[in-house]
Structures are given as C-alpha cells and as structure tokens.
Design a protein around this ligand. Structure first.
Ligand code: ADP
Length: 823
C-alpha cells in the first residue's frame, strides 16, 4: 500500500467508494480503528490489492481461510494466483472495467491452496484519488459453492422434470396413437371377419333348410355349430380387447325393456327346447318398460347368462326374472337373475368364474366347450352399467346368476297400455304345466291382469280341478295347457276334456316349446283355438287370450288357428331393393327375404341403387355400406337429397360390419332409418325390416310429407295462442292469397326487377312467418337476399326450391285445416 493510500482509510459502507476527509484527524483515527476491527472480524473475505499489479496487500482472516492460507502467506501474492487457470485470463479485463466504472461484480472460479477450484462472487471497488487515479482495489469475495450447488441441483431437477414431462407426453401420445390404432384395427378386424362368417353361417342355414341326405345334413350341422362357436369366440376376443383398450362404449338410448327381453328369450328358445328344457321369464309389473340405457349390451349380458344356463343344464328349467332393486325420480336399478337346474358351480370356484379364461371345471370344459370369456365380459359390462354381478350356486343343484344395472327412465316409448284388462278381470283360468317355474310365472302374469288362476301339474289333477270347478259352479273359462308333459300330454288332456260335455265349453290355448309337424291339424281337430310357442311374450299371450275369448262358441274350419304368427300377421309383404356387392351375401339375403314372402330386386353398388329407384318404386332399401363405385353412405345421402321436396321417403336399412356408436351416428346422419350389423341372423334382419316397415305408411302417389316435417307444431300453436279456429282462419287467408303472392314474385323475377322481387319476397316472408315453417321461411330469406343482385340462375334455383317448399307447406296446412293426423 502506498503512503498516500495509508492516509485514506476505508470509511462508510464498504461497498461504496470511500469518502475522504469527512472528519478531523482525531476522529479519523478512531474511525479507522473501528473499521480495522470490522475488517478483521468480518465474516466475508475482504482484501485490498495493488491497483497496478494486483498484489495482495491487506486481507482479513475470513479471506485467508476461504483460500486455505494464513494471512501472512497471502501477503505479497498476486490476486491472479487465486484465480483458477481458466478464469485467470479474464482478470485483466475485470481490472480494466473496474477502473473505468469504479465498481464491478462478477462471478469467477478461484483456486484454494490445495488446488481445488471453487466458485466465488467478486465485488471489486476501485478507490481513486481526487484526480481520478486508482489508488487500490478493495475486493469483497464470497465463496458461493453452496449457492452454486443449490442452483445446479435446482437446474438438474428442472431438466429432469422437463425430461420426464417430455417423456410422459410422448408416452401419452404413443398410447393414444396405439389405442386409436388398436381401436381401428379392432373395428376393421370385426368387419373383415364378420363378413365372411356371415355368409358361412347364413348359407349353411339355407342349405340345411333344403332336402338333404342324412350324412351331408350331419356334416353341415357340424359346420354350422363350429361356425357359431368360432363367431362367438371372435366376438368375445374382440369385445374383451375393446374393453381393455377402453373402446367399449355404453350407449344411452331409449328402449323398451319388455320388447328387448322378449327378443332375447325368443332367440334362446330353440336351444333350450332342443335340450328339452323349460325356458321362462317374468318381468315384475313394477319394472318400467321405457328405459334409457344400452339395450344391446344388456342383451349381451342376459344372452350370455342364458346361454351358460342352457349349456350347463341337462334337465329342468332356465328362468329369467327382472325386478326393481331401487327407484329414484330419474333412474331405476333393476335386478336380473338367471337361474337354472344344471350342474352348478363348486363354492371355491364361484369367484373365479368371473376372471378371464377361467372355467369352473377343466373336465367340464371339454364337454361343454366355451372360452371362459363370457362372464368376464359380462362383469365389465355390468360394472359399466353401474351394477354388480354375482352367483349363488350349489353343485348338482343349479346356479343363479344375478346382476344389477342402472338405467335412466326413458321417454319416447309409451309404457305398454294393457289392452282391455276389464274383459279379463276375474276370469277363471286353469294353468296346466308340469314345470313349476312355468306354472308360477304364468300364474303371476295372469294375476297381473286381474285374472284368477289355478294350476295343475299334470292331466289328472287338471281334470279333477275342472270337474270341481264345474260342480261348484265356478267353471274355468280358459285353460292354458302345456303340450309336452310326461305321462299324458296336453293333447291327450284336451281329448279327455272334450269327451266330457260340461267341461268342453272352456276355451283352450295350447302352449308348446317344441313345435311338431301335425300339431296344427291336431289342434283344429280337437277344437283348440290357439297354439302358441314358448317363451311367451306377455303381450302375445294377452292378445291371444282376448282373441280366443272373442271367438264364437263353436269352432268352424273357416276360422284359422291363432298362432304367434297369425297374431303378428299385421306384416306387409314388401318390394325390397337389396344393395350388396358380395355374391355370397347377396344370395343369402335374397333367399331369406324371399322365404319371408318379400319381393327382391338386387343392385351391386350405390349407382345401381340410384338407377333402380328411378325406374321403379320400392317399399324398402336394404343396403350394405361397403360397396364399390358408390358406397352405401353416399348412396343414402344422394337418395335423401333427391327426395327433398317430393314428400316421399324410402325407408333405408344399412347393413354394416362396423358396430360402434360413431359408426351408427354416421349411418343416421347419412339418412338411414335403421341398421343391421353383421353377422346377419334372420331374427335381426326381420326385426329391423319390420321395425322400419311398420313406420306409418305413406301413399306413394301423393307428394305428401308429415306435417311435423314441415311445421314446428308447438311453435305454431304458441303463435296462435292455442286457438285452433283462429289457426284455421289464418290458413284459409294464407292459402287464398298465396297464388297472387307467388305470381308477384315470379313476375318480378322475369322482369329482373330487383326492388319488386325484394318487396314481394318480404311480404311473403311476413305471412309464412306465422306458420313456423322453418324450411319455407329460410328459402324466402334466401330469395330476399338474392334479390340484392345474385345471378339470374341462382335466383331461378331458389325460386324453384321455394315452390317446392310452398307446396309442402300448403299440404301440411291443408292437413291441419282438414283435421288430418299430423304425422
Ligand atoms: P364359457 O362358458 O365360454 O366357458 P364363461 O365366462 O361364460 O365362459 O363361464 C366361465 C365358466 O363358469 C364356465 O366355463 C363354467 O365352468 C362356469 N359357469 C358359467 N355359468 C354356469 C352355469 N350356469 N352353470 C354351471 N357353470 C357355469
């Protein structure tokens, strides 16, 4: 330190340049000794260096300690020696800067005595004289190893987190792509596999219907059996992988539970009856019919349970019951149970049967076949429906599978209106059936209609009951007899009854699970009025009872036997256009439809469909979605476009291999009225066709469309304050004035008088506006806009559209005026 410098003692904030000469000599000494002490004891490293060569002149112990030296050792060393070799070259630049700016703070790497390098924060101040010459540098140096470590750690963590995040995002993206690809793959697979399976199964069934030698019949039976098994396996695997991929959707649609269960039971009937099993079902009267949920998945679960029950039961019965578990304002939890009298499941296996690929008994598996997937899928589906599934079973006694499921209370389907229960009230019925479950269910059903019933388990008991009834003047008006009973069967019972004149008055309905050739003739001979096959839909039974009761006392040959077929005979025979490119499927459909009495014309692709419907009128179009040249969706859209304004609508049923919610949405968007998914079974096909064909019939030769398509009725009624006579008066005025309004518009168009067109359109818009006729109103708006300067072609186009809309509106208004039905 120079002599001059010694006079200038550090003073004030050590980080501020030193102020000089502020106090007298005595005060300065005092101050100096105070500052000397601060300097000595400060916890941070302080050192004064030569401004020329950076020789360390004075430093405090903290400074020395930081570098691992004694104070004495450091004196005379150059500050540069404390810089690490890498940082050393920048020292000259720092000195230059500090001399220029007075103070500089920078980070650097310094060297301890033991050779280790550590990070420091250097706060360097240049102390200058009055002329601005730098006298010395004051260095405040902090070891920032710890901060650095924390910083680095934080940085490392941030990098790690970012890496993780990136990885997670990537994984998520990959998973999404993979699951999407998997979903698409599954959808394609299911389509690709079902299409050929469809032909195999369908055509096999057709051939089996022909006259065949026993041997080919047997082989074909095996083909059919194996094909069904293969299809079930495929469907199970696809379903399970869909569940795993989260691709299985539960739909929320309005459906009719009773209708849905009736269909399920009907499909099972043959399998049960061919094993000689009794199949029955009962839906408690409290169970609502109109539900909101997924009927397809519900049917899948019940079908699986029924299949198993039939499969694992060799004699006895299979019974499905549905009751209400709990009900709230908007939802209901239903309890389904399927019980059988089959082989049962050992206690210790009862949990496991719900796991994939697990079967209760390895040795029974070979005997009964199956994959062990059905219950796993059912369990997942039940859980998706907010319910649970469980089993109660005793080995050798039978099993009852229970499940619950949550449904919304639907709308759109009216609850079944009991036809005329008054006529059935207190009517005495005798139920004769050897099967206890069937007897009970029939009795419950009859009691639900207010009927009075007794049951007999065999013919002898039945005759006794009938005689007793007669003696007590409490005769039975109706007898429901099961045709197939051990010992004396139903027909024999009827024969006996007919021989006793006082018993012969009762009307008889024969119930059968296995229809046999000649049954109908036997029925007629014995004077049996109705012959119904099981399982019975309550509404069919009710209708049959009512029809039977309304028949004259004496049976004549001219009155046909009442059968399920005749009950449902409201069916029309249709002219169906079939669009299908695959020859095997074509043959299958043609045969099925023709066998059912329908007339079929075939087209190979969408273009041919459009040509065919140009040429002749059809009642229905049954169209595959995937066809060459023009696919089904395009064809449907084109048909709907062409129909616009004509007031006609050809019912279209799509045939599709895809079966997801979005696929179905696409179908309806394209204008389909219904669909059947492959593989096609006759039941599914006819259900779809009859469902669509049952839509209100519209006369072909009239261009007439339902009023509700043209007019928003509710809005209209609001517009007229609910006053029908006012509405009729308005319609009269509108229709009277319409020709003139239209002619004004046409005149303006042909004169290209834009102003006049605008006025005329505006005035028409005003009147049409009252009728809540959206399409017509929008078309007039378009015309009004176009009047502002659109091309004559465009105006002509809108005008022709307007004419069509006005025709539709006129017809709709006339229908209202003449009190015709609105739909
Ligand atoms: P699959 O029937 O295709 O083997 P499931 O998952 O439907 O597969 O059934 C799993 C197993 O549970 C069956 O293999 C059978 O051992 C047992 N099981 C299911 N239902 C019944 C039943 N009603 N009676 C006896 N055993 C049954």
């Amino acid at each position: 330190m120079t002599k001059d410098a010694e006079k200038k003692r550090p003073e004030g904030d050590p980080e501020e340049p030193l102020e000089q000469g502020a106090a007298g000599p005595a005060r300065a000494d005092e101050a100096f000794s105070t500052w000397a002490q601060v300097f000595q004891h400060a916890g941070w490293g302080l050192a004064v260096t030569d401004s020329e060569d950076q020789t360390l002149r004075v430093m405090n112990p903290a400074f020395a300690l930081m570098y691992g030296y004694d104070v004495e050792e450091l004196q005379g060393m150059s500050l540069a020696e404390l810089f690490s070799p890498q940082s050393r070259p920048s020292l000259a630049r720092h000195i230059h800067e500090v001399n220029e700016r007075g103070r500089l703070i920078f980070e650097s790497q310094h060297l301890r005595r033991d050779g280790t390098v550590f990070p420091v924060l250097v706060n360097m101040t240049a102390v200058k004289d009055d002329q601005g010459n730098v006298l010395y540098h004051v260095n405040n140096i902090q070891d920032i190893s710890r901060q650095k470590r924390t910083e680095e750690e934080l940085q490392r963590m941030a990098v790690q987190a970012e890496k993780h995040e990136r990885k997670a995002k990537l994984a998520q993206k990959e998973a999404e792509t993979a699951s999407q690809a998997k979903g698409e793959f599954l959808a394609n697979m299911s389509h690709e596999i079902r299409t050929p399976m469809n032909s195999i199964i369908g055509l096999t069934e057709l051939v089996l219907d022909m006259e065949l030698e026993p041997e080919p019949r047997e082989y074909l039976g095996l083909v059919k059996y194996s094909a069904h098994n293969l299809l079930k396996l495929l469907n199970d695997i696809l379903d399970l992988s869909k569940v795993e991929a989260g691709k299985l959707d539960i739909e929320l649609i309005n459906f009719d539970l009773r209708q849905s269960m009736a269909l399920t039971m009907n499909i099972q009937a043959q399998a049960a009856h061919s094993k000689g099993l009794e199949l029955a079902y009962h839906i408690h009267p409290e169970v609502p019919s109109a539900l909101l949920g997924d009927p397809g998945r519900l049917r899948q679960i019940t079908t699986n349970l029924l299949n198993n029950a039939i499969k694992f039961t060799d004699q006895g019965e299979v019974v499905l019951r549905v009751t209400v578990e709990s009900q709230k304002e908007n939802e209901v939890i239903l309890h389904f149970s399927v019980s059988d009298t089959g082989i049962g499941i050992p206690m210790q296996k009862q949990e496991a049967v719900f796991s994939a690929f697990i079967q209760a008994n390895g040795s029974t598996t070979r005997q009964y076949g199956g994959t062990g997937l059905g219950l796993t899928i059912s369990k997942r589906l039940v859980e998706m429906m907010g319910g649970r599934i469980w089993v109660e079973s005793e080995e050798g006694q039978g099993s009852t599978f229970h499940f619950t499921a949550r449904f919304g209370l639907g709308h759109g389907y009216a609850e079944p209106v009991p036809m005329d229960l008054a006529a059935l009230k207190n009517l005495r019925v005798l139920v004769v059936d050897d099967n206890a479950a069937s007897r009970n269910i029939l009795k419950e059903t009859l009691a639900g209609w207010g009927m009075e019933s007794e049951a007999a388990s065999d013919t002898l008991k039945a005759i006794a009951a009938l005689k007793q009834g007669h003696q007590r003047r409490h005769s039975f008006a109706l007898i429901l007899v099961d045709a197939h009973m051990p010992g004396m069967d139903g027909f024999e019972l009827v024969e006996q009854i007919k021989q006793v004149p006082e018993l012969a008055e009762a009307k008889i309905i024969m119930l059968t699970s296995v229809g046999q050739r000649g049954d109908a003739t036997r029925c007629r001979k014995l004077g049996i009025t109705a012959y119904l096959s099981k399982p019975l839909e309550p509404k069919d039974l009710q209708q049959a009872i009512q029809t039977v009761l309304s028949r004259p006392e004496t049976i004549t040959d001219t009155l046909p036997l009442i059968t399920l077929h005749s009950l449902r005979e409201g069916r029309r025979y249709l002219r169906i256009l079939l669009a299908e490119d695959d020859p095997a499927s074509q043959t299958l459909f043609q045969r099925l439809l023709r066998k059912r009495g329908h007339m079929v014309v075939t087209a190979g692709h969408g273009r041919e469909v459009l040509d065919a419907i140009e040429k002749e009128a059809f009642d229905l179009l049954l169209m595959d979605i995937q066809m060459p040249v023009m696919n089904g969706l395009e064809a449907a859209a084109a048909i709907r476009r062409n129909e616009q304004g004509l007031g006609r609508r050809l019912p279209i049923i799509a045939v599709t291999g895809y079966d997801t919610e979005s696929d179905r949405a696409r179908l309806f968007e394209a204008g389909m009225d219904g669909y059947v998914s492959k593989p096609i079974t006759p039941e599914k096909l006819f259900e779809a066709i009859e469902g669509v064909a049952a839509m209100p019939e519209r006369p072909d030769n009239q261009t007439y469309s339902p009023v509700t398509d043209v007019i928003e009725i509710t809005k209209l009624m609001v517009n007229v304050g609910g006053d029908r006579s006012l509405l009729k008066e308005m319609i009269r005025i509108f229709l009277d004035g319409l020709p003139e309004q239209l002619s004004n518009i046409k005149k303006a168009v042909s004169a290209s008088d834009h102003e006049a067109l605008k006025d005329a359109a505006h005035s028409l818009k005003g009147t049409v506006g009252h009728f809540a006729a959206k399409a017509a109103h929008e078309t007039i708006l378009k015309l009004e806009e176009a009047a502002g300067g659109a091309s004559p072609e465009r105006i002509a186009e809108i005008l022709s559209q307007l004419e069509k809309e006005l025709t539709r509106l006129k017809q709709a208004l006339l229908a209202i005026k003449n009190n015709r039905p609105l739909i």
